[in-house]
Write a protein that binds this ligand. Structure first.
Ligand SMILES: C[S@@+](CC[C@H](N)C(=O)[O-])C[C@H]1O[C@@H](n2cnc3c(N)ncnc32)[C@H](O)[C@@H]1O
Length: 285
């Protein structure tokens, strides 16, 4: 299956016949990648869909669960590359929503965790469509399960924050909307989404907010997929040498004492990565 992006004005959309019954529109969480982590409800929705509009992070293994006749349309957003505009996605759903069709809007993880599910829901409601929502396993929960590192722990962490590391436009985030000093009670876990490119800004901001630079960090790339990779580091590493972690998206960055717990399976310890990074730098010097 190709992931070639075709935009709204290039797509052929069937025109609604006269007086048609209402469509069924379902916002479905596709989970983190492993198809076995779909809910039964999500699987049923995928298998009854006439049209599936799917995001960048939806794995092909999940799309393959749909019936062969289903029209699958990629509407992903791809970092700095040309991407679908949110308004065009709303229009595309509306264009397909007629004649009793079932439209599945398939989103990575959970539709309501950094997935713009709320915006799509509002646009569809405004257009008079009823919408169903099926939750999915969000990336931080999947990363915790696959590394066997709990997000909360009676002795180490009593609260969790899901934080977006995305900055405004292409800039670095300043994290002024969150009181990181108040979260620095030694019993808090931060799970950072979309934080690979901006981990430096978060590391320096956390240290500025009084967090111990040695606080453990565990980054999990591609949680639940065959390419999963885990990197252990500290807040200092984020602030001083984020390149050494060699992180690639998609990744979840866990910060807090739980991130120092033993990890099931393989681990890249950043110290090794730092040594290799320095060796490479020396080689180029
Ligand atoms: C636009 S957000 C969507 C989050 C999604 N709605 C969810 O609930 O997981 C995209 C970010 O989710 C995280 N992410 C999604 N899938 C992931 C995975 N399998 N492993 C690690 N991180 C993932 C990454 O931080 C990525 O940059």
């Amino acid at each position: 299956m190709t992931n070639k992006t075709v935009f709204l004005d290039e797509l052929e959309v069937d025109r609604p016949p006269f007086a048609t019954p209402p469509a069924r529109v379902i916002l479905v969480g596709a989970g983190p990648g492993d198809p076995e982590l779909l809910t039964l409800k999500a699987l049923r929705a995928i298998q009854t869909a006439d049209v599936i509009l799917y995001d960048e992070l939806v794995e092909s293994d999940v799309l393959e669960l749909a019936l062969p006749r289903v029209r699958r349309i990629h509407v992903g957003k791809r970092g700095c590359r040309p991407s679908w505009k949110q308004r065009d996605i709303h229009e595309l759903i509306l264009a397909h929503a007629f004649g009793g069709r079932t439209i599945v809007r398939l989103k990575g993880g959970d539709p309501f965790v950094f997935g713009r599910g709320g915006e799509e829901l509002a646009a569809l409601r405004d257009a008079g469509l009823g919408v169903e929502v099926i939750p999915g396993i969000t990336a931080a929960i999947a990363a915790a399960a696959s590394t066997q590192v709990p997000l909360t722990h009676r002795e180490l962490s009593r609260t969790v924050t899901f934080l977006s590391g995305a900055g405004p436009g292409h800039g670095l985030p300043e994290f002024t909307h969150i009181d990181l000093e108040a979260l620095n009670d030694g019993h808090h876990t931060i799970a950072v989404y979309m934080g690979v490119k901006t981990s430096y800004a978060l590391g320096t901001t956390l240290i500025g907010a009084g967090w111990d630079a040695g606080t453990p960090v565990l980054a999990i790339e591609n949680a639940s997929r065959s390419a999963e990779r885990r990197v252990r580091a500290t807040i200092r590493d984020l602030a001083e040498r984020p390149e050494a972690l060699a992180l690639k998206s998609p990744a979840i960055i866990l910060i807090g004492r739980v991130a120092g717990l033993p990890v099931a399976g393989q681990l890249d310890v950043v110290q090794r990565a730092v040594t290799e990074y320095r060796a490479r730098e020396l080689a180029y010097a």
